[in-house]
Design a binder for this molecule. Structure first.
Ligand SMILES: Cc1cc2nc3c(=O)[nH]c(=O)nc-3n(C[C@H](O)[C@H](O)[C@H](O)COP(=O)(O)OP(=O)(O)OC[C@H]3O[C@@H](n4cnc5c(N)ncnc54)[C@H](O)[C@@H]3O)c2cc1C
Length: 381
């Protein structure tokens, strides 16, 4: 079959590769001048540092199949994300752990003592937390909430934590040991040559052709037997019902001679500092050495038309609009909506790859059985 895939990010690349290996011809287009989607990495011509252009990406997963898959296409170097935060005039370790708690309260508590201490600060009068704020007060108490959750969340989401659902803060966000590895997953690493090189290797197949700086035009679909869409779901319908809400990010680049902050990610918890964090990209490739350094100050705001959609908002209002778009999508023939934008969900890279592999499997199974291919293999709602 002739397959058209819109988007040369992980979703388009992995689905394209699976279908190409099964004998289908895959044409992959992307409106950007590079492959890799939001995981794109490139060298800074000024400092030589490998930059994560759309924000830092750390690969982490418990899915052994996905780990084996990415290791087929790239050499991974072990990497653990250790984030710091500047708050109320001091630097602390994140996620909030025993070190953070002892430093913040000026104590020398052991794990059980810290647990009891935090329980004594928590607001136990909140039986069923309704908002993010209530959930945080119930779990961590007012002091840690103010220092580590409130300001950052306000900046990240552009609203009061009182307006956000409790579900955003699902589990107890504290650790009662000194583990400061940001992720829990078994496999964690960075591709030595960057994500774009990994995606290039995935796309390197004689049945795959890639066209960059090529935005989708509806007449392209007529030349294909099936279309996989990893662009914005509402964008496919020309935003005819309105725009699904996203947060976008602005990155303010600056360079420094030497080591600017001594770590890859420094969050800023205080409300009066306008940026959410500073990322220093050479620390994402600690096996390299560079005299110069490239950093990004990161700001978050509501996405408007023309902005890059980063984080889907998915509150009540957006979900009702999403339901209408899902209905429109399901009425399409020979189109499958995939990936973070096509299904309007936040997806880590490992989940994106798992879903892409499964989607390709469903496609190949349905095609063999002569069945219709669904509009969504992963339901957005
Ligand atoms: C700030 C940030 C940090 C992240 N950090 C991590 C991390 O540390 N670890 C992790 O596992 N995951 C991380 N992620 C998630 C990761 O970025 C996604 O899992 C991944 O990018 C999803 O790939 P995708 O192919 O679905 O989407 P994308 O990468 O967005 O690819 C979609 C592609 O479609 C193209 N496109 C859209 N519309 C059109 C059109 N009309 N015509 C042609 N082309 C079009 C776009 O240009 C884009 O290249 C992060 C995400 C964000 C926002």
């Amino acid at each position: 079959m002739k397959i058209l895939l819109v988007g040369a990010g992980l979703s388009g690349a992995v689905i394209g590769r699976q279908l190409a290996e099964a004998g289908h011809d895959c044409r992959i287009i992307d409106s950007r001048p590079h492959i890799g989607g939001n995981c794109h990495t490139e060298r800074d011509p000024e400092t030589g540092v490998l930059l994560h252009l759309y924000g830092p990406h750390i690969f982490h997963t418990d899915d052994e199949g996905v780990w084996d898959y990415v290791n087929r296409f790239a050499e991974f170097v072990p990497f653990q994300n250790r984030v710091k935060t500047t708050s109320q005039g001091a630097v602390y370790s994140l996620p909030v752990n025993l070190h953070t708690i002892n430093q913040f309260f000026g104590k020398t508590l052991r794990p059980d003592e810290a647990r009891a201490f935090i329980e004594s600060r928590a607001d136990r009068s909140i039986a069923e937390p309704q908002s993010f704020e209530e959930q945080a007060l119930r779990f961590v108490g007012p002091e840690l909430y103010e220092a580590f959750f409130k300001g950052y969340t306000e900046k990240q989401w552009g609203c009061s934590p009182r307006e956000l659902p409790a579900s955003i803060l699902k589990r107890l966000p504290l650790r009662f040991n000194y583990d400061d590895n940001y992720f829990f997953h078994r496999f964690q690493g960075m591709p030595r040559a960057g994500y774009t090189a990994m995606v290039a290797a995935i796309l390197d197949h004689p049945r795959i052709s890639v066209e960059l700086e090529t935005p989708y035009r509806p007449e392209m679909a007529a030349q294909a037997d099936h279309l996989f869409w990893s662009g914005p779901l509402d964008g496919f319908f020309d935003y005819s019902l309105g725009r699904l809400g996203y947060r976008t990010l602005d990155f303010e680049r600056f360079t420094y001679q030497g080591d600017y902050q001594g770590c890859a990610v420094m969050n800023y918890g205080d409300r009066d500092v306008p940026w959410t964090r500073i990322t220093e990209h050479k620390h994402f490739s600690p096996w390299e050495s560079h005299e110069g350094s490239t950093c990004y100050r990161e700001y978050s705001r509501a996405a408007g038309p023309g902005d890059i959609p980063y984080y889907p908002i998915r509150l009540v209002e957006e979900k009702s609009l999403l339901a209408q778009y899902v209905e429109l999508a399901q009425a399409q023939k020979a189109v499958t909506f995939v990936g973070r934008l096509g299904t309007y969900r936040y997806l880590d890279m490992d989940v994106t790859i798992r879903e892409a592999l499964d989607t390709a499997g469903v496609f190949l199974g349905a095609e063999k059985a002569g069945e219709a291919i669904p509009a969504f293999v992963m339901p957005p709602l």
